[in-house]
Design a protein around this ligand. Structure first.
Ligand code: G3I
Length: 368
């Protein structure tokens, strides 16, 4: 017979202190409790830095290929296919029981010179060949593909605000539907994502791209082009105008069309925030928390991906170094020594505010 005293003692011992509960909570576990998937982009840096890889293994439920599955990485020359780095990430995701997103099959930016030197007919042939070979290689292994990245870029002054580049030059705007249909015919189980930048800010770029992206989604659906998700990159810009309630309404409108919404490249450009690290981290956390609280409350938002996990490997750091800047950016939930930052806490708190839509079992790699 257990005495009341023993019962209370047992309860006290098993009850985890709030502080410890937060410590044991990870971005992945906090997300999963409210029906979200949390992931991060990953590249070779994680394989050269075991403690960084351990951070992915602990904090994420999904890996996203940062550069390894991009056209310029897979096809450094017309005669070579460089699958090594991508295969390594696929194998690692499988070994770690993680979901995997492929980024990105078709992007008019960052095209290698050899591709741009081809005739338009040749570019079309390379387009079809690339999709067929890459999608077939990873069929059944990916949660989702960024099939087309950043279709719009008004600064290229093309009619309709389309981003210029070899694919657009060779096929016009029709390259988008052509890509989605071809991927679906090769891997019918992978979720097909249209991924776009800038929509989160209220600059001229954001105001111009948002309606164009929504109209493209509507046209694709009207034509019966297979489309499962819209990725909104959400590289938040501290120096740009923003209206997150308006952005949340835009996200809801997109979701109402029956597509999933992915916050697909989340980080914070902190350039407008104070230089002092503690103040800057607090400002980044406030911005990230406000944004995520609003969008995570939308049921169609299904995943949040940060663009790397640590400031040490952020693309903003590469930009700062190339620009010869002395102040290094602090855009991510973990710092240069992989220490958790205020942004991580703010993200967990934002996830917790999401109306609970049903627990999502931490999904492991499975054939879709
Ligand atoms: O790894 C090589 C290194 O061996 C070589 O010495 C060096 C020479 O410059 O290049 C290194 O590769 C770099 C690669 O990142 C890995 O760090 C490439 O130069 C560099 O161009 C590449 O930049 C990536 C960029 O996309 C272009 O692919 C960034 O890391 C990546 O964060 C960025 O991500 C994009 C998304 O795909 C689309 N949305 C915007 C986002 C940020 O620009």
């Amino acid at each position: 017979m257990i005495s009341r005293r023993q019962l209370l003692a047992g309860a006290a011992a098993s009850a985890v202190s709030p502080a410890l509960a937060v410590e044991q909570e990870t971005l992945a576990s906090a997300a999963a409790k409210v029906g979200l998937i949390f992931g991060a982009s990953i590249d070779a840096a994680a394989f050269a830095h075991p403690a960084y890889l351990a951070l992915y293994q602990r904090e994420t439920q999904m890996y996203v290929t940062d550069v390894a599955m991009k056209f310029d990485w897979l096809r450094p020359t017309q005669d070579t296919w460089n699958f090594g780095p991508a295969d390594e990430i696929v194998a690692r995701a499988q070994a770690d029981g993680k979901l995997l997103r492929g980024h990105t099959l078709i992007w008019n930016d960052n095209a290698p010179a050899w591709l741009k030197s081809l005739s338009l007919r040749e570019i079309e042939r390379v387009f079809d060949e690339h999709i067929e070979r890459v999608v077939a290689r990873y069929a059944g292994r990916l949660h989702s593909w960024d099939v087309v990245n950043e279709p719009f870029w008004p600064m290229d002054n093309k009619p309709g605000g389309w981003r210029d580049g070899p694919w657009f030059a060779a096929m016009g705007a029709g390259y988008v539907d052509r890509a989605f249909r071809r991927v679906a015919s090769i891997d019918p189980r992978v979720k097909l994502t249209l991924n776009e930048a800038q929509c989160d800010n209220d600059s001229d770029w954001g105001r111009s791209i948002r309606p164009k992206l929504r109209a493209l989604v509507e046209r694709m659906q009207d034509k019966g082009t297979p489309l499962h998700a819209v990725g909104l990159q959400s590289h938040l810009q501290s120096q740009m105008p923003r209206n997150y309630p308006q952005f949340a309404a835009y996200v809801s409108q997109l979701g109402a069309r029956g597509v999933e919404i992915y916050i697909s490249e989340f980080d914070v450009n902190d350039m407008a925030f104070p230089a002092a690290a503690a103040d800057r981290d607090a400002a980044v956390a406030l911005l990230a928390g406000d944004f995520l609280t609003r969008v995570a409350a939308i049921p169609e938002v299904k995943l949040v991906v940060t663009w790397q996990l640590s400031d040490l490997y952020s693309w903003y750091r590469d930009l700062a170094i190339k620009a010869g800047m002395s102040r290094m950016p602090r855009p991510l939930p973990f710092g240069n020594t992989l220490q958790p930052k205020a942004m991580r806490t703010a993200m967990i708190e934002a996830f917790r505010k999401r109306p609970v839509l049903g627990y999502v079992e931490p999904q492991t790699m499975k054939r879709y």
